[in-house]
Design a protein. Structure first.
Length: 211
């Protein structure tokens, strides 16, 4: 059975799809069979996948979509043929999000370097606690050395969620490669590729050893 990672955040533009894409390709490059599941009606993950398919032919990952209440069925199906399933969710917190949280072995919550992003995590963290799932905040678009980044990281550590050691910096390459159907580390060795590899390694250690 596959490990299932749900990426959730009620604030739009926090970086859920960026996180999903880069982790998916990082895991695939390690030889793992990876599926991505888009439950966001906006369909950004699906557009990325189709762009990748047109550019490469073989996208290297499996793709599926589901409405909120179809998540369980799709996860069951995808788990039979994959090692990792990554779920991208809509920017909201309500009963529709619960199925994606229940299926998860790990919930990742991207938080941009602003207190507004951090405040928006409360709903996701509360729901995660209710369904008994581990929740980990991933800092995104971090400007290294800034006081704001330090403040957000410190505040994040005080809520009912863990904070990943690895983070994504504020780098143009993440947006550029997303629009090309690629992941940041496919653009060559860079600070971004090191960030992706570090986060992928950390996430693997956070996943349960037994399924």
């Amino acid at each position: 059975m596959a490990h299932i990672i749900t990426i959730a955040q009620q604030k739009g533009g926090a970086g859920k799809t960026t996180l999903a894409v880069n982790l998916a390709i990082a895991f695939a490059k390690q030889g793992l069979r990876v599926a991505i599941l888009d439950t966001d009606p906006q369909g950004s993950l699906g557009r990325w996948f189709m762009t990748r398919r047109e550019a490469l032919g073989d996208p290297g990952v499996e793709f599926a979509t589901a409405s909120a209440w179809g998540v369980g069925y799709e996860c069951e199906k995808l788990s039979k043929t994959n090692d990792i399933v990554i779920i991208d969710t809509p920017p909201k917190v309500d009963s529709d999000l619960k199925p994606a949280l229940r299926e998860a072995d790990l919930i990742l919550v991207p938080v941009g370097s602003s207190h507004v992003d951090l405040w928006a995590t409360d709903g996701v963290v509360d729901l995660a606690v209710r369904v008994g799932k581990r929740c980990v905040i991933v800092l995104n678009r971090v400007k290294s050395g800034t006081r704001l980044a330090e403040d957000v990281a410190a505040a994040a550590a005080t809520i009912s969620a863990d904070v990943a050691t690895a983070s994504f910096g504020q780098r143009v390459v993440y947006a550029e490669t997303l629009g090309q159907g690629r992941a940041a580390h496919e653009a060559g060795k860079s600070a971004a590729s090191a960030e992706v590899e570090a986060l992928a390694a950390e996430v693997m250690l956070l996943l349960p050893t037994q399924k």
